[in-house]
Design a protein around this ligand. Structure first.
Ligand code: C5P
Length: 247
């Protein structure tokens, strides 16, 4: 399975996190959690997946030196390729698709900012995409969602039982996703995930049960929550009985 990691964003909503790490504002994937960058955590999970054989990191040239240093330090078991991204996530994924080797039939796309996705989630998505044209990891919504108009007034309350929060990995047939991106460019569609392009092209997108901990690290609060989850995981790894002990 081929994996593309969009990592070409800037992370404008992370300002104070950089100050607390004593560094000037950069790509948020270079922020660290327990001594490793967000990108490093994402790469470690992808490398531990039994299904992924090829990793493409989509980034900006200003980050190449740092990205290469991260990859070298991790001594990953899978080949890693560096692909130049664009000014939006959609453009970055488009560039990534052009850089896939011709034999790539299926692809997983996973945001570098979702650094807590587990190898098991990558494996489940990789297996499922062999049986359907498109899929996304997603979890049922817990909050009641409101549609709000320009005047700040609620317009409607969608039925929560039908609402899911989209995550990544998202997996697709490569020729179909390329076609959808092409349609999107021709028609000026602007979307925030790849499934939305599939939907616009009336192609089916399957849901794969995601992970509640698979959050997209966007704000300093997300960073604190991610650190808590990683600490819990390392406690469980060093003491597996911790999970089953009565409180
Ligand atoms: O900004 P946001 O967190 O929604 O971005 C989702 C993912 O898309 C991030 O991993 C980010 O690095 C990536 N991205 C990209 N190219 C852009 C903007 C965002 O690869 N131009």
């Amino acid at each position: 399975m081929y994996l593309l990691i969009p990592a070409a964003g800037s992370g404008r909503r992370m300002g104070s996190a950089w100050q607390s790490q004593g560094k000037a504002s950069r790509n948020k994937l270079l922020l660290t959690l327990l001594g490793k960058s967000l990108l490093a955590w994402t790469l470690l999970a992808a490398d531990a997946s039994s299904q992924i054989c090829w990793i493409g990191i989509i980034g900006q040239p200003s980050d190449w030196d740092d990205f290469r240093a991260i990859v070298t330090q991790l001594s990953l078991t899978k080949p890693v390729h560096f692909i130049q991204g664009g000014s939006t996530r959609q453009e970055s994924v488009y560039s990534g698709l052009q850089a896939l080797p011709p034999q790539a039939e299926h692809v997983l796309i996973h945001d570098g900012a979702r650094c807590l996705a587990t190898p098991d989630l990558f494996d489940r998505c990789a297996q499922a995409v062999l049986t359907c044209p498109g899929l996304i990891a997603a979890v049922p919504i817990k909050d009641t969602i409101k549609v709000v108009g320009d005047a700040g007034l609620i317009e409607s309350t969608p039925n929560r039982s039908q609402l899911w929060a989209a995550q990544t990995p998202q997996g697709f047939s490569v020729p179909l996703l390329k076609k959808c991106h092409q349609e999107g460019r021709q028609n000026g569609w602007e979307v925030t995930d790849d499934a939305a392009l599939f939907e616009r092209c009336s192609l089916p997108v399957q849901i794969v049960e995601g992970e509640e901990t698979n959050l997209k690290v966007t704000t300093p609060v997300d960073l604190a929550i991610a650190e808590f989850i990683l600490r819990q995981r390392s406690t469980l790894t060093s003491n597996p009985s911790a999970q089953t002990q009565p409180s």
